[in-house]
Design a protein around this ligand. Structure first.
Ligand SMILES: Nc1ncnc2c1ncn2[C@@H]1O[C@H](COP(=O)(O)OP(=O)(O)O)[C@@H](O)[C@H]1O
Ligand SMILES: [Mg+2]
Length: 237
């Protein structure tokens, strides 16, 4: 295992648009996430949290600066290698689940592996294990519409971590959930991180941020503070 961080953002800036209507969403952000580390990102609406996750996952390129995932400089990757890195190493969890309605829970979770060339039987087997990890083994053949919001969100988490993706990027994954289900989702994420993944978690809930090893605060696209979770609980109380 290398000493380099799993994720490194080096002087990352993101500007949307140009000229008079340009918006600076991120400004000179430096950030590292190690394996085994869960980093929470907090900040007001519009402070750049979602943009941070988008560039960290290679879904958009920064206007300047570098993003390095697992030693790979994203700016140097061809679109094909970038897509492969996203499928193999990165898992995304967004608030609106993005489950495919015509696929069962099991098929939703195994899809990324099958797209990556895994044989169907092996992909389905890994997907079944991931669903069991989120306590949904008995819902594998259900369609998203037949699952509760919390169950759908757990399917989304299973899909984000299946196949041992090393970096999980979660944008307010507990937003639509009641607090008990939200805690279960966080515990799940924490377990994956303790097993060696790294994660960036956007949240506005201090109780959820308390699951993190470190909290990064964004204001107007800049990192304004980084705190250890233990002390942050008192700051946010
Ligand atoms: N696609 C876009 N085009 C133009 N401006 C955008 C776009 N996405 C986000 N922004 C702007 O960038 C800033 C940061 O947005 P965002 O990253 O979504 O913040 P957060 O997730 O913290 O609410 C905001 O001012 C927002 O309006
Ligand atoms: Mg956002």
């Amino acid at each position: 295992m290398s000493a380099a961080p799993l994720l490194r953002l080096d002087g990352v800036s993101v500007q949307y648009g140009s000229g008079e209507t340009a918006v600076t969403a991120l400004s000179g952000v430096d950030l590292e996430v190690d394996r085994g580390e869960l980093v929470a990102v907090m900040g007001a609406s519009g402070s750049g949290k979602s943009t941070l996750l988008t560039v960290a996952g290679g879904l958009a390129a920064p206007t300047s600066g570098e993003v390095i995932v697992d030693g790979e400089w994203l700016s140097s990757l061809s679109p094909k290698r970038m897509a492969a890195l996203r499928r193999r190493s990165l898992g995304f969890v967004f608030q609106d689940f993005n489950l495919i309605p015509v696929l069962t829970a099991l098929e939703n979770v195994s899809l990324p592996l099958e797209l990556d060339g895994w044989r169907t039987r092996r992909a389905r087997s890994a997907a079944r294990d991931a669903l069991a990890d989120v306590d949904l083994a008995d819902r594998a053949s259900h369609f998203p519409a037949d699952l509760s919001g919390g169950q759908q969100q757990r399917v989304a988490i299973a899909r984000a971590v299946v196949g041992d993706r090393s970096l999980v990027l979660a944008d307010e994954p507990t937003g639509a959930l009641d607090s008990t289900t939200g805690e279960a989702v966080l515990r799940m994420l924490r377990e994956r991180v303790d097993a060696g993944a790294g994660a960036l978690l956007v949240t506005h809930d201090a109780r959820h941020a308390a699951w993190a090893d470190r909290i990064v605060f964004l204001r107007d696209g800049r990192v304004v503070d980084e705190s250890r979770a233990a002390s942050v609980e008192s700051v946010l109380a």
